[in-house]
Write a protein that binds this ligand. Structure first.
Ligand code: GDP
Ligand code: MG
Ligand code: K
Length: 281
């Protein structure tokens, strides 16, 4: 059948491997990728005339550049360009798990969320309007209980729908970072719009956001650009402007804005159960 390349990403302990093992049955193949200390597993699954190649990537809380796992996940997404990324999230820990999701939203790639540990969410009495949450993020959400194999077939069908462009929830969402940051994003974006190195890394908006976070990995992807000096100078100027206005480092400012987006989305879609008092950490 036709091949769909799928990558599983998510926080450590969200049930990614359990889901992978269930989906792949005994066809799982363990492989070490050369030159990296972190490994990933891949398996092939047949469904609806497709062959789904699923790669279980290392668990990460973020896709920045601070650990080998983060860099591995990031380069897999950027270089292998999976057709669909499955973001497995622990439903019992939504706020933290959705942080990674906001980075995938910035990347403007095809994503499906496996809302795993849905049993734990129900046990806590939490009410979540996950369809509306998905619409707010432009990402379809499928509840799963990987330990019991629940929702996996639905997840695979959803992946195929998204791959075929048939899912109406899918849309390009721009997280609104507020006027100050948005104006910095626009300025950087217009500088890199014509740049081939930047155009290679998904959306220029994503590249602009990463540059404003002072992400060295992203800056180095532009090192061959004719405009490199101009770009890196502009980035410094914008970072300084943001840090002066907010009194914090630019990465923190953008992280806070992402958590603001998550809080807003959950505020509209989630009602905590009686058993579990809202915890702030
Ligand atoms: P990974 O680190 O994301 O690969 O997570 P694992 O697959 O190793 O799972 C972490 C733990 O969560 C294991 O003890 C699993 O049995 C458990 N687990 C996985 N999926 C579910 C689920 O849907 N519900 C519940 N209650 N536990 C789950
Ligand atoms: Mg695992
Ligand atoms: K848990």
């Amino acid at each position: 059948g036709r091949l769909i390349n799928i990558a599983l990403v998510g926080n450590p302990n969200c049930g990614k491997t359990t889901l992978f093992n269930y989906a792949s049955g005994s066809h799982e193949r363990v492989g070490n990728y050369g030159g990296v200390t972190v490994d990933s597993k891949e398996a092939y699954v047949k469904q609806d005339g497709y062959e789904l190649k699923i790669v279980d990537l290392p668990g990460t809380y973020s896709i920045t550049e601070y650990t080998p796992e983060e860099l591995y996940v990031r380069s897999h997404i950027i270089e292998n360009k999976p057709d669909v990324v499955v973001n497995v999230i622990d439903a019992s820990n939504l706020e933290r798990n959705l942080f990674l999701t906001t980075q995938l939203i910035d990347m403007n790639i095809k994503v499906v969320i496996a809302l795993n540990m849905y049993d734990e969410l129900e046990a806590k009495g939490v009410k979540l309007d996950y369809q509306t949450l998905g619409k707010m993020m432009g990402i379809p959400i499928v509840p799963t209980v990987a330990v019991k194999g629940l929702g996996i077939t639905e997840l695979m069908s959803k992946i195929i729908d998204v791959y075929e462009g048939k899912d109406s929830t899918v849309r390009n969402v721009n997280i609104n970072y507020g006027n100050t940051i948005e104006s910095s994003i626009s300025k950087i974006q217009s500088l890199i719009q014509q740049d081939k190195a930047a155009a290679n890394v998904y959306s220029t908006r994503y590249v602009a956001i990463k540059l404003l976070e002072n992400d060295k990995t992203t800056l180095s992807t532009l090192s061959k650009s004719n405009n490199f000096n101009m770009i890196s100078e502009k980035v410094s100027v914008e970072i300084q402007r943001l840090e002066k206005e907010y009194g914090e480092n630019s990465e923190t400012i953008i992280t806070d804005a992402k958590y603001g987006f998550i809080a807003g989305a959950l505020g509209e879609t989630m009602v905590e159960g009686k058993v579990d008092k809202r915890k702030k950490s």
